[in-house]
Design a protein around this ligand. Structure first.
Ligand code: ASP
Length: 309
C-alpha cells in the first residue's frame, strides 16, 4: 500500500471571489504537486523524498502562502516556517522565521540530516543555510502584489490574519500554508509543512507549521499529519501528535482520531482549519472545520483527486 495527500491551506474560502480560471490554476497546481510526489513513490522512492518534492512544488507556486508568494509580516518582510518528519526514524527538522530562503522545506530537511538540531530560528537558521550552501534570495523574489494588497488592508489593525481570511471588498479569502503526507512502498510514512504564517504577524511570531507535534508529525506506528489553520490553536491542541496518540494509545482509527481532534476538540477551542493525514495502511483523511481546504490526494490504485470546498 502507498499513497500521498497534500494541502494548500484551509480557511474561510469565499466562492464568490473565485473565477473559474483561478480555480483551475489552483487545481492544476495541487494536481502537479500530488503527481511530483506520487512519481517518487511509484519509482520505489521514499515518503520523505515524496513529501519534500510535493511541498517544494507548492512553495514555488506563487498563489500559495509558502516560499514564493508568502504573506507579508508587519515589517513588510517575509518570515518563513517549515518542518519535515520521518515516520521511520522519528527524526525531524524545522525552521522558523527565516528570510530569503525560497524552499524552506529543503532547509528543514537539511537541519534534520546535517545538523544535531531539530529547530533553527531566524538569523541562526540563515547562517546554517549559508554554511551548507543553500542560496539566499532577495526580498523581491517573494513579493507578490496580492500579498502586498492584503498587508495594506490590515497593517493599521491590531492582530494577525490568516491569508485566506483577510477581509477585502470583494472578499479575498484564498490561499494558504502548504503541506504533504505520504506512505511509500516500503511502509514508511513522512510529513512536511511550509508557510509564510499569518499576514501582519510581528515580534517573531511562529505558528504551528514549524512545531513538530503541532503542525507536522509522522510515526510509522500510526500516521503522518500536516496541518493548516489558525496556528495558535493547533499548537495549544498539539493537533498532529494528538491524532497519532489517539491511534497509538486509545486504538482509534485514523478517521475517528481526525474527527475527534478537528471537528470536536479544535472547534471547542475556537480553532479553525484542517489537515491531511495518511495511516500505515494507506487510508487517507482530509478533515477541516473551515469552509474549505485546498487539497489533493492519490491512493495506491486511484487517480489524482483535487478539491477546494
Ligand atoms: N497554520 C499557519 C500558521 O498559523 C497558517 C495557515 O495554515 O495558513 O502559521
Amino acid at each position: 500500500m502507498s499513497g500521498i495527500a497534500i494541502h494548500g491551506g484551509a480557511g474561510t474560502l469565499d466562492r464568490a471571489a473565485m473565477t473559474p480560471e483561478l480555480e483551475q490554476q489552483y487545481l492544476n497546481a495541487l494536481s502537479a504537486a500530488v503527481s511530483v510526489g506520487d512519481r517518487i513513490i511509484q519509482q520505489n522512492g521514499s515518503a520523505l523524498d515524496a513529501v519534500e518534492a510535493a511541498v517544494k512544488s507548492l512553495e514555488d507556486f506563487p498563489l500559495f502562502n509558502a516560499g514564493k508568494g508568502a504573506v507579508f509580516t508587519h515589517d513588510k518582510t517575509h518570515e518563513l516556517d517549515a518542518s519535515i518528519m520521518c515516520g521511520k526514524t522519528l527524526e525531524a527538522g524545522a525552521v522558523a522565521g527565516v528570510q530569503g530562503i525560497g524552499n524552506p522545506v529543503v532547509l528543514a530537511r537539511a537541519i534534520m540530516e546535517k545538523s544535531d538540531h531539530v529547530l533553527l530560528c531566524g538569523n541562526g537558521a540563515l547562517k546554517f543555510a549559508q554554511h551548507i550552501g543553500i542560496e539566499q534570495l532577495p526580498e523581491s523574489y517573494f513579493h507578490t502584489d496580492l500579498r502586498w494588497k492584503q498587508l495594506m488592508q490590515v497593517i493599521n489593525e491590531e492582530g494577525t490574519f490568516l491569508d485566506h481570511s483577510v477581509h477585502t471588498d470583494p472578499p479575498d479569502k484564498k490561499f494558504g500554508t502548504v503541506g504533504a503526507v505520504a506512505l511509500d512502498k516500503h511502509g514508511n510514512l513522512a510529513a512536511a509543512t511550509s508557510t509564510g504564517g499569518m499576514t501582519n504577524k510581528r515580534w517573531g511570531r511562529a505558528g504551528d507549521s514549524p512545531i513538530i507535534g503541532a503542525g507536522t508529525y509522522a510515526n510509522n506506528n500510526t500516521c503522518a499529519i500536516s496541518c493548516t489553520g489558525h496556528g495558535e490553536f493547533f499548537i495549544r491542541a498539539v493537533v498532529a501528535y494528538d491524532i497519532s496518540c489517539l491511534m497509538e494509545y486509545a486504538g482509534l482509527s485514523l478517521e475517528d482520531a481526525c474527527r475527534k481532534v478537528v471537528n470536536d476538540k479544535l472547534v471547542k477551542l475556537g480553532g479553525e482549519g484542517g489537515l491531511v493525514a495518511i495511516d500505515t495502511k494507506g487510508n487517507i483523511c482530509l478533515p477541516f472545520n473551515s469552509t474549505g481546504m485546498y487539497r489533493g490526494w492519490k491512493s495506491e490504485n486511484s487517480e489524482i483527486i483535487t478539491a477546494i470546498y
